[in-house]
Write a protein that binds this ligand. Sequence first.
Ligand SMILES: Cc1cc2nc3c(=O)[nH]c(=O)nc-3n(C[C@H](O)[C@H](O)[C@H](O)COP(=O)(O)OP(=O)(O)OC[C@H]3O[C@@H](n4cnc5c(N)ncnc54)[C@H](O)[C@@H]3O)c2cc1C
Length: 497
Amino acid sequence: MKKKIIVIGSGFGGLGAANRLAAKGHDVTLFEKRDGLGGRGYQYQINGFKFDGGPTVMTAPYIFDEIFELAGKKRDEYFKLVPLDPFYRIFNPEGQYFDYRHQLKDMLDEIEKWNPADKDGYLRFVKNTRGIFEIFHKYTDQPFLKFTNMLKIMPGVIRLGGYRGTYRHVSKYIKDDFLRRVFSFHPLLIGGNPFDTPSLYTLIVQFEKEWGVHYAVGGTGAAVQGLGKLFSDLGGKIYLNTEVDEILIKNNRVSGVRLKDGSKYDADAVVCNGDVAFAYKHLIAKEHRKKFTDSKIERMKYSSSLFVIYFGTKKRYLDSKLAHHNIILNKRYRELLKDIFEGDKLPDDFSLYLHMPTITDTSIAPPNCESFYVLSLVPNLKAKVDWENKGEMYRDAILNFLDENYLPGLNENLAASHFIDPPHFQNTLNSYRGAAFAFRPSLLQSGYFRPHNRSEEFDNLYFVGAGTHPGAGVPAVLSSGKIAAELIDPTTSNRKN
Ligand SMILES: Cc1cc2nc3c(=O)[nH]c(=O)nc-3n(C[C@H](O)[C@H](O)[C@H](O)COP(=O)(O)OP(=O)(O)OC[C@H]3O[C@@H](n4cnc5c(N)ncnc54)[C@H](O)[C@@H]3O)c2cc1C
């Protein structure tokens, strides 16, 4: 039966669910607070440059493809993905780099350059992550609504050491200190500290090995626009600059939403792509919540936040040692991460992720210009950092570091620059505590223990996005959209892998 469905938010999770449901003929309306689609994948356009706001590393294209196929379309007709290799170029504090490659042979060649003795350990590590992948991949697009779902995966978690902190797990196989960092950084991509994020999440390593790392031509924004266009083609309605202020509850069920301007819309089901903690705390009146009380929300553990500078230069840097995706590691590693995840002030030093997409795609910058973004993990708003005063200083410190070490002449060649900080995540993206990746990916906040895709409180309220199962990252939030759509209408089910 055709249902009236409201989707709150146009992140990848929301767009994925909205398209799947619209493809099956449901009457779907999407409300987005910002002036453009994409959430963390919003694309900024400044002085002729296009800057992807967030996700840049795209893996598992099949998850996108499934959405278009469900609608009888081809993803390629909406946006294109091209593979990248190396996936990442990882710099040590001295500026030497390790190319993190797709093919096993190339990886072994890289390890040979750093510590040949680690080649055997790496092969065993790959075997272990393969085991983790084989067990858990199928659960990444299944709902975890019952505790018994969790019991099913626990023997595998124990057998493969999936409960162990990622860094400790990697250290069982790899001896070289720098290589340990190289093979344990993946939790950072989903807001976890490699020292306490369970190695279960090395699943991501295997996702990349299996399906590669890709770039969306025109930037990730092109993927967002592709999903937006598909939704419109399917008859979906999008309202931008439209914030939902309340999820309305009647007789213990969701009856619709009230917008900031006071207007009300009724619905058979609501799919919330807004941050889960924020939604429970601010969109649903206290008296309706039994499990997600304010104090539970307060007690949960949140990911770090981010400071991101988008900048363009009026010259090219093709002679630099940079690749498309670069990770620049600081001397302090464990201690720096501890300061970011547990500390209450902004550390003076930083490790960086530096994105240089114009190396692959010149269409996103004016001629003879280079487009970048640089990202630093910073504490979320639990730490009392005075961002209003610190933001510009922090930006300058990072740009000066890049100017001195990687991009000579950067400061005098800047042609565009903009930054976002933890208050942006809180105030613009409505993310509780300004966390960039919602709840931390700990064992006790994963699977059944993460807020469910179908709300534990109301039968016809569904969650998609980073704060629900399976977690943060584009493939994961698209999977959450698939799960929620299937819970609403099982005929939306289609699987390629
Ligand atoms: C800087 C950065 C880099 C990243 N890099 C990568 C990467 O390379 N690869 C990767 O896979 N992942 C990456 N991630 C993680 C990934 O981007 C996110 O996990 C994912 O995009 C989140 O999608 P989502 O579905 O949770 O929605 P979000 O992107 O969080 O979007 C939610 C949307 O809901 C809207 N909204 C919220 N409340 C309301 C309301 N009340 N009314 C109306 N609208 C509302 C918001 O405005 C927003 O548009 C990165 C994240 C960041 C921040």
